[in-house]
Design a protein around this ligand. Structure first.
Ligand code: GAR
Length: 224
């Protein structure tokens, strides 16, 4: 895929919490490893640290509280309208803990990415780290994927794998995985911004080739 225009890509980031993944995007934009601008950060919760992270670097940050809407559909409609007002190329779900309606997903299909803290298709949903530990898995990880109407079910762009160690608690494992999330997520966004990545009929085309189900194969090391 080649982009017809050469404008700098515009990213909107959706959060619900601490926003450490958002921070990795802010840092990647600042150091030039991600050639894009974060044009807005939207949170469905007030008072979260991610909003502060955006404010600190002068990114417009918006609270859209889902509790002030009658239904999921109305919230998603309003959310979509706010997003659209920023004309983004890419929408990044970064710890955005809301299930999105198919209508919303289809409105932005091919422009919506999520990161999930498991090796999908294992452990969609919540409590992924504890579930990996309870199952006795020897490895765990995170998955960046395009969002489709099926919860945590969209095709994988890239995964990071980490070992599960003997004394891991869910918290320790989550921290180990998070360090890798911060590497693979801005990288996947950069691929998108370069025009290397496209969702086509439920499959991913990466650099003009059909991507296998496990996504881009990548050797990555913990920076810490
Ligand atoms: C991250 O671990 C992300 O993978 C996870 O929430 C955390 C957000 O952390 N997302 C999900 O569980 C989505 N289903 P952050 O707010 O520090 O980026």
């Amino acid at each position: 895929m080649t982009h017809s225009s050469t404008h700098r890509r515009r990213i909107v980031v959706l959060i619900s919490g601490g926003g450490s993944n958002l921070q990795s995007f802010i840092d990647a934009c600042a150091d030039g490893s991600l050639n894009a601008d974060i044009v807005a950060v939207i949170s469905n919760k007030a008072g979260v640290k991610g909003l502060e992270r955006a404010a600190n670097v002068g990114i417009p940050n918006i609270i859209l509280d889902h509790n002030s809407f009658e239904s999921r559909g109305e919230f998603d409609q309003a959310l979509g309208d706010v997003i659209e007002s920023f004309s983004p190329d890419l929408i990044i779900l970064a710890g955005f803990m809301r299930i999105l309606t198919p209508h919303f997903v289809n409105r932005f299909l091919g422009q919506l990415m999520n990161i999930h803290p498991s090796l999908l298709p294992k452990y969609p949903g919540l409590h992924t780290h504890q579930r990996a530990i309870d199952a006795g898995d020897s490895e765990a990880g995170a998955t960046v994927h395009f969002v489709t109407p099926e919860l945590d079910g969209g095709p994988t762009i890239v995964q990071a794998r980490v070992p599960v160690l003997k004394d891991d608690t869910a918290e320790i494992l989550a921290g180990r995985i998070l360090a890798f999330e911060h590497q693979i997520y801005p990288l996947a966004a950069e691929w998108f911004c370069q025009g290397l990545l496209e969702l086509q009929d439920g499959d991913i085309i990466f650099d003009n080739q059909l991507l296998p189900a496990e996504g881009v194969s990548l050797e990555i090391r913990d920076k810490t």
